[in-house]
Design a protein around this ligand. Structure first.
Ligand code: BG6
Length: 505
């Protein structure tokens, strides 16, 4: 199944951002180079940006405008259109200094004022992509300099985009929200989860709520269980300083995986609008059955990679990676069995796992339907007929597949399991665009739908509190798995105990 209907595509109202200034804090960092500048280039080449916009890189390193442009030139993709790249680079300038010092913000304010006058800019987007320890200082100083509120001089709107991690636990997230709300209204705040910018993740809502076929079956009467897997072959790489404190629960579960859970499990929102959608996601988080002692023991697995092999190449143990303490008990893998205490999902388990150094790169949600109630194909019993599975493959090869039973051609009556597939690249003739482009565009256009709201972030931390406390308190509960495998035996046992198994092992 590859074709796209010839009917004209239906588009929601186009979002055209106002002319604006973008200030990137952490301007020479990894994220700015790998994602932010390349996505701006992609948006500009697609004609999605306003004719006038300016980017100020803000960072500690002293650099001239020309030096900053050269550093960013090197970060743009090698095959980029030269004229587009020059156009983007020409819009960049740089301001170096102490990001916690008032002087820096006085200068920033002057610079922004001048740009607004020169280019008739209407808005200001402050993008915080520094290490999170710097967020409070930046937020406070922006406010003290009078930069957090719209003013009559070139800032009809002011928005703050804040990268993950948003806090490191519930108390931290609450404190950061409180600080942010002291100076910015929630409508000005855009908390990033880059998974929400992925086309295939956004498509979950279109799939569920722009079709009639699936939603009537989307409940405990028809669905047996749901599996969510986010597997990486990469290890901790050069990020031990951050990762060893975070671990997989903070790095992947609090944000990406719980967001996927919310999109699959949420009730239909009344409209496709930021708060209507986010209300329903928060409802899912609130309905997740809390983890007590028994759930922690039975439904929570955490593990760390030991030495092994990835694609036939030897891979070091996590504890032997550069910068990782030799006795680290940070989990690089976790698996959870969650239940959602509401009418739709009562009794339907959600199995969720994520880890580094696993057997393949794969992010997928698999909705497993129930077996047929009775088999008319005697002597085959109902349990021998494969149940339907609807799979959202988010990466690497973006697709949606439906597994079903079909008659195998031939004189004998045989049943085979087959797959019907919708593949993004084949249907739309191109790979889905980079997620940061969508996020940038929506923040510039003032659409918060795919950004996390304050209460959503707090509720997701709340779900993880017991697991985080257990992981911090009890190093003995940590299992180990060889790099290149699919996690520890305990993860498989989470499933086999219920008479099920992970789809990919
Ligand atoms: C980031 C995590 O948020 O997501 C990384 O900090 C992880 O550890 C990454 O590798 C995965 O993102 P993606 O888009 O490659 O699946």
């Amino acid at each position: 199944m590859t074709g796209v209907s010839t009917k004209e595509e239906l588009c929601l109202a186009e979002k055209i951002p106002d002319p604006c200034a973008i200030v990137i804090f952490g301007a020479s960092g990894d994220l700015a180079k790998r994602k932010l500048l390349p996505s701006l280039l992609q948006l500009q080449a697609a004609g999605a940006l306003p004719a006038q916009y300016r980017v100020i890189g803000a960072g500690r390193t002293p650099l001239t405008d020309a030096e900053y442009r050269e550093a960013m030139r090197a970060a743009l993709p090698p095959g980029a259109d030269a004229a587009q790249a020059e156009n983007l680079l020409g819009r960049l300038s740089y301001l170096g200094g102490d990001l916690a010092a008032p002087d820096f913000y006085r200068e920033l304010k002057e610079k922004l004022g001048a740009l607004s006058r020169d280019y008739d800019l209407k808005g200001r987007l402050f993008y915080l992509s520094t290490p999170p320890q710097a967020y409070p200082g930046i937020i406070e100083q922006l406010a003290l300099a009078g930069l957090s509120r719209p003013d009559g001089e070139g800032a009809a709107w002011v928005r703050a985009v804040i990268e993950k991690p948003f806090g490191t636990d519930l108390a931290g997230a609450r404190a950061l929200n409180a600080l942010v709300h002291k100076y910015f209204s929630e409508k000005q705040v855009y908390r990033i989860d880059h998974y929400l910018g992925k086309e295939t993740v956004q498509n979950i809502l279109m799939f569920r709520f722009a079709n009639t076929l699936f939603e009537p079956a989307w409940n405990r009467n028809n669905i047996d269980h749901v599996q969510i897997t986010s597997a990486e072959t990469l290890g901790v790489e050069h990020r031990a300083g951050y990762y060893d404190k975070a671990g997989v629960l903070r790095d992947m579960f609090q944000n990406h995986l719980l967001q996927l859970l919310a999109m699959i499990a949420m009730e239909p929102p009344t409209r496709f609008e930021a708060d209507a959608v986010r209300d329903k996601k928060v409802d899912v988080f609130k309905a997740v059955k809390p983890f007590g002692e028994r759930e922690l023991r039975e439904n929570f697995v955490r593990a760390q990679y030991a030495a092994g092999a990835i694609d036939g190449e030897p891979a070091a143990a996590y504890r032997d990676e550069p910068g990782v303490p030799a006795d680290s008990s940070t989990p690089t893998f976790a698996a959870l069995k969650l239940e959602i205490d509401n009418w739709r999902w009562q009794g339907v388990p959600f199995y969720i796992r994520s880890g580094k150094r696993l057997g393949a790169r794969l992010t997928e949600i698999a909705v497993h339907f129930k077996n047929v109630p009775v088999s008319i194909f005697k002597p085959l019993p109902a349990e021998q007929l494969c149940a339907n599975v609807l799979r959202f493959r988010i990466q690497p090869e973006e697709a949606i597949t439906i597994r079903f039973e079909a008659k195998k051609p031939g004189p004998k009556l045989c049943i085979s399991t087959v797959n019907m597939e919708f593949n993004y690249r084949e249907s739309f003739g191109a790979p889905p665009p980079e997620s940061y482009g969508r996020l940038f565009l929506d923040a510039m256009a003032g659409d918060q739908t795919i950004f996390a709201r304050a209460d959503g972030v707090e509720e997701s931390w709340n779900i993880l509190e017991p697991m985080l406390a257990r992981a911090a308190a009890d190093g003995n509960g940590l299992a180990f798995y060889p790099a290149g495998g699919w996690g520890p035996a305990e993860s498989a046992a989470l499933m086999t105990r219920d008479g099920r198994e992970w789809d990919t092992v």
